[in-house]
Design a protein around this ligand. Structure first.
Ligand code: 5RP
Length: 224
């Protein structure tokens, strides 16, 4: 894999032109499409459900990275897989039986991710690293796109990277919220493997070029 992986967040796309935006991403350097599912309970917002993910799956050529911001996420794993999930991330804060939940995700043939809210330290995952394919660090409070990046995230990425190295696993570190060209390279230097970007991509005058720049962020000498 060529890192960082770039996962544009569909939450920031134009839902009235979803097919157009998914096809634009097909022709981009994006690695995954990030799919935010919100239930209005775990987070104070509702995004979209499985009729919409089925429509995305019908048109995408990229793997789908599901981020479940919902209570009792296991209830919906089957529908995630049926509509194209290759990655399923659940929230640590929503899963009292996280060990079992991660096993269920892997048994369905998906990569298992654990998302952590900004207030949750990374060491809560220390004893479950062998089941964790992805640590998804929220760099904003979950629920809404277009928020300001929380600077403390840089230290959390370093902490997560150290934990992964100590565990000797292949766990990848994904960053979600407020990612842009001002923080992308420093995030990668701190240890990030996957960058989610919503508004930064979809509000850009040239989303294809914006994705390409994020993809090559480690080799760019200067950002404007
Ligand atoms: O999970 C999310 C919100 O809960 C979004 O994926 C995230 O906020 C990305 O959007 P943006 O890049 O616009 O901040």
């Amino acid at each position: 894999m060529n890192f960082p992986l770039i996962a544009p967040s569909i939450l920031a796309s134009d839902f009235g032109n979803l097919q157009r935006d998914v096809e634009m991403l097909n022709s981009s350097k994006a690695d995954w499409l990030h799919i935010d599912i919100m239930d209005g309970t775990f987070v104070p917002n509702i995004s979209f459900g499985f009729p919409v993910t089925a429509a995305i799956n019908k048109h995408t050529k990229k793997p789908l990275d599901f981020h479940l911001m919902i209570e009792q996420p296991s209830r919906y794993f089957k529908q995630c897989v049926e509509t194209g999930a290759e990655v399923i991330s659940v929230h640590h804060e929503a899963c009292p039986n996280l060990h079992r939940v991660l096993q269920e995700i892997r048994e369905l043939g998906c990569k298992a991710g654990v998302a952590l809210n900004p207030h949750t330290p990374v060491n809560v995952l220390k004893d479950i690293m062998e089941l964790t394919d992805i640590i998804l660090l929220m760099s904003v409070n979950p629920g809404f796109g277009g928020q300001k990046f929380i600077e403390r995230t840089f230290q959390k990425v370093r902490d997560a990277k150290e934990m992964v190295l100590n565990a000797g696993t292949h766990t990848m570190i994904e960053i979600d919220g407020g990612v842009n060209m001002n923080n992308a390279r420093a995030l990668c230097q701190a240890g990030a493997d996957i960058l989610v970007a919503g508004n930064f991509v979809f509000s850009a005058s040239d989303p294809l070029e914006t994705i390409a720049r994020l993809k090559t962020v480690n080799s760019e000498e200067k950002f404007v």
